[in-house]
Each structure stands twice: as structure tokens, then as C-alpha cells.
Design a protein around this ligand. Structure first.
Ligand SMILES: Cc1ncc(C[n+]2csc(CCOP(=O)(O)OP(=O)(O)O)c2C)c(N)n1
Length: 644
């Protein structure tokens, strides 16, 4: 799908940044106005990241106007704010396809465009990446420039500070642009965010802002300013002193919607060498009143009516796993005052809004700081609290050492509610929760559960809180099978699977989590035995052994990569007991699954119900024709050995 360009005459003529750079600077505000209108029209048709991109329109225009892209490198952090960048770099007509199967990637992606200098999606990587590029350029004798554009949310993460600590001591050609809109997905939190707010509200800011056009020629350095000021005393907020201390030349803050100021400032900064830090103040949702008024709701809306600002509702089949988690946490917190909830900046997505309002003193948004979230939980657990860390599977990757070293090794009772486990869909390869069975299943002391439905999810979360050590409940995006979620909470026996169906064909399906439902259908069609495995760790080895003893073949099913996954644990367990059976391991293949709807992604991985049935049926038919053995006994009791 493409949009008509009739009402975008300037944009229609910009097929690359070179076209933009050919325009007189006086035309840039008109370009920005068209670009903003185009974003609104485009995102309204299919949904996508929205409010952040509206806030970076002028900044993007100015950056591509001043810098010689793609020779000069722009590195966007997270990349959800890079829609204007995609439009100006030759992808204008494809923007309405973004995040859909075969369409533009959700975030900058190196394989998509030479202007996408670094693949992003997870936050706070831009300064490290741009610094690496700058150091490489210096070694290659190239004087090109490198710009990392990072939000005030993303800069709160440890990685950003690790990179600044390194960069500040190097003579690299690096500009860090802080895109400060005072928002993460929800309100930005933490001391750094308070610091930025104090900078902006202070007297100094008012003075500097007035002079922003002459920002380099006439602005005294921060320290000169401090020396001159009689008010250089504790408590006075000097803009940028923090960054100056880290070895950056701090500039700003300047108005990120004032194109004239941006162009003149960037033009000056471009001539400088060494690490520079430009503080730009923007408004999330800028230029679209509903998004300015509620940037949280408009962070990533679905399709909407641009005129009325009404977002079209998706048809819900039942509460999502995230909602069931949020309700469970409220119920659990009401029961047990030791329970606290932790999120690394994902309140809305993780279903924590009600908890944050009902139990504000027991709710911790630690900002985009997954590593800290996990070790903070470990500290809480040391002192007798019951921390529940709500975290997406993909972001837990970043806190792996903390999970292993700080939580599991010390056997601390931290509950991990791991959301978006499995294929997430439109956020694409960077956000798929493909690996957690593999990276969690090998960690001692950890109990790992995968619910087959939302009610089982609630009971597993409760089970997790009853254990003496750490436990994970990993659940997918969306709602899963339609079931009633009980108000009660009953602990499940740890390490015990649920035998759901005894088949007579000699085939057994051992399914985990989200794939139990499609496996149930396949079991009916093929008259197979079906087990809802429930526990990735510890495996129900006794039941697996029993099943292997009277079935001719096994299929394992999980929404996780096959390599090192739960199916691999089953095969390994049986092999050690000399009970090998021909086994088909079904899971995510050894590939990064690109964006599309969740259904598209399941199809791409061969995990949608139709593909699953076809694959298993074909394998089973081939197996039977190759080995026309008589069926084993069908009664479990008749053939189960006591021990193997
Ligand atoms: C490591 C990691 N954790 C969490 C997220 C989810 N996330 C995407 S954007 C965002 C907020 C970013 O805030 P900011 O950098 O201020 O950008 P803004 O949206 O305000 O422009 C978060 C938490 C992520 N992408 N990566």
C-alpha cells in the first residue's frame, strides 16, 4: 500500500537526503510540516510507533541537512523514533508497510538501507556503537562524523553510561544528541530524569535558550559560567555539568522543534572534534494534539482515525496473559505484604498499571535498567521481601548474568514473570522471545514453568511464590486459549506434567506452553497421546520415561528455538536412560524470525496450527511406512517399567 503524495509536494521530491540538502534552509520548516502530516496519515492506516517519531521530525530534518549521510553515521537508539529518518532516506513510499510481513522493519536495520548504520530495537546501544564506528574511522584515517541520538529514557541504562565513560576519555569524533522529551514509554523516572527537569526549569536554561542560535560562538563553557556566577554553590544546577565531568563538551539545552536553532547549532558542532553532547528538548507526540496530551497511549497505537483521534479497538478473545499477571499480582500483594513488583520501564506492556496505582509504595519502575532490576530484586529477596520481576523475554537477555550470578547462584526467591515469550510479531527479530527455554533451562536452582493457558499462568505464578528459590513463569503475547481464570490460587506440584490424553497410535506429543492447544487438536486427529509438560525445568522425567516406554515415537513442541530448548532436554534425558525413541523436535528454527503479525511469525517458524499438523502428520506417516512395526501396548500400566 502507498499513500498519494498529491498533498506532499516537497516530500514527493525528496528521494534521499541529498534532495533535502539541495533545498534552501528556509524551506525546511515546510518540509518538517509535510513530514509530520505524512507520519500521521501513514501510521493511522496500520498502526506503529508514533508519538516518539512526531517528536523527532525537526531533529531528523536538521541532522540529514547538516550531516553528509550516509557517509557521516547517524545511530538511532531503540529506533522507534526513526520513522522520519526512514521517510527521508528513500523509504517514504514503503512507510505504510512498516512492521508488517515483507514491509519495512520496525527499527533501523542495516540490511534495509545504507542510512541505517546500526541495527537497533533494544535500547541504549547507540553510544557504544557510534563510538566503535568513530574509533574505526580514526584508525582508517577517515574524518567522517558520528552521531548517536538517544532519548532521556534510553540514556538511563547502564550501557549508555559505560559508553560515555569510555568515550569521554577518547579523542573520537562523536556527538551524542540527547532527545529529552521527559518521557520513556510511561513517565520517565529516576534521579537523572529529575536532573534533566531541574536543568530545564532553572534560570540558566532560560538564559541559554535565549541565546541558542549563537550556542557555540557566544556561549561560555559550563565551568566559565560557574566561575562567573556568584551562585556557584551546592544545589545550583548547571546544565550539563554531569556530562562535562565525563569528558564531553556539553551544549544546550536547545529547542528541538526550532529548525533554525537546530541547523545552526549542528552546523557548528559538526566542525568540532572530540566527544560532544548536545541536549535537545522535544515534545513526545508533537503536532498531533491527542498524542501530545497522552503520549503513553500514543507510543505505539494500532490504526486510528486521524481526524477524531479514535484508536480502533482490537477484538479481544479474553484477558491477555499480561492482564492476568497484573490481576494476580494485585491479589497476591493484597494477601502478602512482602510482595513487591518491579518493572524496567514497561508498566503498560507488562500489565502493571493497576498494581502501580493500588500499591504505589510496593511498585518499582527502575527505568530502562534490566540488569539493575534483577539484582535489585535479589537484594530485596535477601532481606525477606518477595520480589516479582515483570520482564519481557527479549529484555531478560540483557540481565542474564544477574539472573545467574545474583539470583540463582544464591538461590534467592525471586519470581520472574517473563512476558512476550515466544514470537511477538510486529516488533520483529529484535523482540522475539525465542531463547528463554534455552538460556533458563540450564541454570541450576531455577524452576521454569510454561503455562498452557491464562488460568494455568495464574496458578504457576502463585506456585512460584511458594518456592524457596527462584522461579520463572514464561508466557506469550496475547490471550491464548479461552478459559475461565479462577479467583483461587492453588500451587501446582513442581516438576509434574499433566497427561491430557492417552492415544492408541503409538505417537506421543509432549507440548510446552502455547503449543499445548494446537497439539491437543493434532492429538485428536492422529490419535496421539498428549502431555502438557508444564515444567521446562525440572522436567517430569518420570512421566517422560513412562511415555517413552510404551510409545513408538515422540514429538516435542515448544515456542522456543530448538537448539538447547525443552525438547532437547527431553531427548537428552531419554538418551541418558538408554530409552531413545525416534523424536521430532518442533520449535523455532535456527534463524531470526522477521516482523509480521504474530500469526505471520508463527507461519514463518512453521508453528501455526496448520503447519504443525502437516509437519507432524508427514513425519509420522513416513515413520510408519518406513517401520511397519506393530503398535506397542496401549495401556500405560501394562508396560511401564518401575525403573530404567
Ligand atoms: C533494553 C530495552 N528495554 C526496554 C525497551 C522497551 N522500550 C522501547 S522504547 C522505550 C522508551 C524509550 O524512552 P526514550 O529513550 O526516552 O525515547 P522516547 O520514546 O521518549 O522518544 C522502552 C522502555 C527496549 N526497547 N529495550
Amino acid at each position: 500500500m502507498t499513500l498519494s503524495l498529491d498533498s506532499y509536494p516537497l516530500l514527493a521530491a525528496i528521494d534521499s537526503p541529498a534532495d533535502l540538502r539541495a533545498l534552501p534552509a528556509t524551506e525546511l520548516p515546510a518540509v518538517a510540516a509535510e513530514l509530520r502530516r505524512y507520519l500521521i496519515e501513514s501510521v493511522s492506516t496500520r498502526g506503529g510507533h508514533f508519538a516518539a517519531g512526531l517528536g523527532t521530525v525537526e531533529l531528523t530534518v536538521a541532522l540529514h541537512y547538516i550531516y553528509d549521510t550516509p557517509r557521516d553515521r547517524l545511530v538511532w537508539d531503540v529506533g522507534h523514533q526513526a520513522y522520519p529518518h526512514k521517510v527521508l532516506t528513500g523509504r517514504r513510499d514503503q512507510l505504510p508497510t512498516i512492521k508488517q510481513k515483507g514491509g519495512l522493519a520496525p527499527f533501523p536495520t542495516r540490511s534495509e538501507s545504507p542510512y541505517d548504520t546500526f541495527g537497533v530495537g533494544h535500547s541504549s546501544t547507540s553510544i557504544s556503537a557510534a563510538l566503535g564506528m568513530a574509533v574505526a574511522a580514526a584508525r582508517q584515517g577517515d574524518d567522517r562524523q558520528h552521531v548517536a541520538i538517544i532519548g532521556d529514557g534510553a540514556i538511563s541504562a547502564g550501557m549508555a553510561f559505560e559508553a560515555m565513560n569510555h568515550a569521554g576519555a577518547l579523542p573520537a569524533n562523536l556527538l551524542v544528541v540527547l532527545n529529552d522529551n521527559d518521557m520513556s514509554i510511561s513517565e520517565n523516572v529516576g534521579a537523572l530524569s529529575n536532573y534533566f527537569a531541574r536543568v530545564l526549569s532553572g534560570r540558566t536554561y532560560a538564559q541559554l535558550r535565549a541565546g541558542s542560535e549563537k550556542v557555540l560562538r557566544q556561549m561560555p563553557t559550563v565551568w566559565e559560567l560557574a566561575r562567573r556566577s556568584e551562585k556557584h554553590m551546592k544545589g545550583m544546577v548547571l546544565p550539563g555539568s554531569l556530562f562535562e565531568e565525563m569528558g564531553f563538551n556539553y551544549l544546550g539545552p536547545i529547542d528541538g522543534h526550532d529548525l533554525k536553532a537546530l541547523v545552526s547549532t549542528l552546523g557548528n558542532v559538526r566542525e568540532l572534534t572530540g566527544p560532544q553532547f548536545l541536549h535537545v528538548v522535544t515534545r513526545k507526540g508533537k503536532g498531533y494534539a491527542p498524542a501530545e496530551a497522552d503520549p503513553i497511549k500514543w507510543h505505539g497505537p494500532g490504526p486510528f482515525d486521524p481526524a477524531s483521534g479514535v484508536i480502533f479497538k482490537e477484538i479481544a478473545t479474553g484477558p491477555t496473559y499480561s492482564q492476568v499477571f497484573g490481576d494476580w499480582l494485585c491479589d497476591m500483594a493484597a494477601r502478602d505484604e512482602r510482595v513487591v513488583g518491579i518493572t524496567p520501564a514497561m508498566r503498560e506492556g507488562s500489565g502493571l498499571v493497576r498494581f502501580s496505582k493500588t500499591f504505589p509504595e510496593r511498585y518499582f519502575d527502575v527505568a530502562i535498567a534490566e540488569q539493575h532490576a534483577v539484582t535489585f530484586a535479589a537484594g530485596l529477596a535477601c532481606e525477606g521481601l518477595k520480589p516479582v520481576v515483570a520482564i519481557y523475554s527479549t529484555f531478560l537477555q540483557r540481565a542474564y548474568d544477574q539472573l545467574v550470578h545474583d539470583v540463582a547462584l544464591q538461590n534467592l526467591p525471586v519470581v520472574f514473570a517473563v512476558d512476550r515469550a515466544g514470537l511477538v510479531g510486529s516488533d520483529g527479530a529484535t523482540h522475539q522471545g525465542s531463547f528463554d527455554h534455552s538460556f533458563l533451562g540450564c541454570v541450576p536452582n531455577l524452576v521454569v514453568m510454561a503455562p498452557a493457558d491464562t488460568n494455568e499462568c495464574r496458578q504457576m505464578l502463585y506456585t512460584a511464590t511458594t518456592l524457596p528459590g527462584p522461579a520463572v513463569v514464561r508466557y506469550p503475547r496475547g490471550s491464548g486459549p479461552v478459559v475461565e481464570v479462577a479467583a483461587t490460587m492453588e500451587p501446582l506440584p513442581v516438576g509434574r506434567a499433566e497427561l491430557r490424553r492417552e492415544g492408541r497410535s503409538g505417537l506421543a506429543l509432549l507440548a510446552f506452553g502455547s503449543l499445548v492447544e494446537p497439539a491437543a487438536h493434532i492429538a485428536e486427529v492422529l490419535d496421539a497421546t498428549l502431555v502438557n509438560m508444564r515444567f521446562v525445568k525440572p522436567l517430569d522425567e518420570a512421566l517422560v520415561r513412562r511415555i517413552a516406554s510404551y510409545h513408538r515415537a515422540i514429538v516435542t513442541l515448544e515456542e522456543n528455538v530448538i537448539a538447547g530448548g525443552a525438547g532437547a532436554s527431553i531427548v537428552s534425558s531419554l538418551a541418558q536412560q538408554r530409552l531413545q525413541r525416534p523424536t521430532l523436535l518442533i520449535g523455532i528454527p535456527d534463524a531470526f524470525i522477521e516482523h509480521g503479525s504474530r500469526e505471520d511469525c508463527l507461519v514463518a517458524a512453521g508453528l501455526d496450527p496448520a503447519s504443525l499438523l502437516a509437519r507432524i502428520e508427514a513425519w509420522w506417516t513416513k515413520f510408519n511406512s518406513a517401520r511397519p512395526l506393530p503398535l506397542a501396548a496401549t495401556s500405560a500400566a501394562a508396560t511401564v517399567p518401575e525403573t530404567v
